[in-house]
Design a protein around this ligand. Structure first.
Ligand code: OKV
Ligand code: MN
Length: 237
């Protein structure tokens, strides 16, 4: 009875080392699990399912192989790959998982989120999110020619990279209020999320816990839940 949780791989053709580590994980670790939960920012960027190439098809194929092996795969969007759609999920044998979602682990409710919505002090990002998550604006963006989408996305990412350096650390992390609100709303003691790139298991008041997944860069991170509880595993890429 193993469940695995990953997020923030930021897969891109520019990081073949991370892609290889992920494909290795799919072959060596994931097949003996019952479920695999992908909690957002699986891809570094996504501008439409119609822009998939060899790289994306290889990853979708590897995921599909795992799903056909009997592992159920759930895919939650992150703040980068929120445009991943039905076509990719179908190719990859994944089921879309809304943000937030509540699952049962050892009969206990557990809240799953990407984590960006917990960073309630990041006002400039919240503004950006409101625009790009608007269904009408998404429809308009997806109606643009591919080269125009590419150009616009490249420009937005460049702009955001220079802005991120100016941001002070605390505004990027989750706020305790947002965490408490989520746990209260879903009457759960455990919250699992990614996004902040600060992997840890935080024990909170009243037996509550917040588990933060790690981003894949120098190390890869996998959270495992088994009959003994949670285990946040770290390995070199
Ligand atoms: C994803 C982030 C780029 C953060 C644009 C409407 C627009 C969608 C989009 C374009 C960008 C996703 C889809 C990307 C996340 C960035 C920069 C910062 C902080 C529109 C709908 F422009 F028409 F309104 N986009 N891409 N950022 O390159 O994957 O999360 S992206
Ligand atoms: Mn994120």
């Amino acid at each position: 009875m193993r469940s695995l949780f990953i997020s923030d791989l930021h897969l891109t053709p520019g990081r073949p080392d991370i892609t290889r580590a992920f494909l290795r994980f799919l072959e060596q670790d994931a097949p003996t699990a019952r479920q695999l939960y992908i909690l957002g920012d699986f891809f570094e960027y996504w501008i439409g399912d119609d822009v998939m190439d060899e790289f994306h098809l290889q990853i979708a194929g590897a995921l599909r192989r795992l799903s056909e092996h009997g592992v159920s795969i759930s895919f939650m969007h992150g703040n980068r790959d929120f445009l991943v759609g039905e076509r990719f999920c179908q190719l990859a044998g994944c089921t879309a998982l809304p943000d937030p979602s509540v699952i049962l682990l050892a009969k206990e409710p557990v809240v799953l989120m990407h984590g960006d919505s917990l960073c309630t002090l990041d006002t400039s990002y919240i503004r950006f999110r409101k625009v790009v998550r608007n269904p009408l604006i998404q429809k308009l963006f997806l109606s643009f020619p591919k080269r125009m989408r590419r150009k616009l996305a490249d420009r937005l990412r460049e702009k955001s990279m220079s802005a991120a350096r100016e941001k002070t650390e605390p505004s990027m992390d989750v706020t305790p209020e947002a965490v408490t609100d989520a746990l209260t709303q879903y009457q759960s003691k455990t919250l699992i999320h990614g996004h902040t790139h600060k992997p840890a298991i935080h024990d909170l008041e009243d037996g509550q816990q917040r588990i933060v997944l790690g981003d894949w860069d120098t190390y890869g991170w996998v959270l495992e839940h088994n009959p003994n509880g949670f285990d946040l595993k770290k390995f070199t890429i």
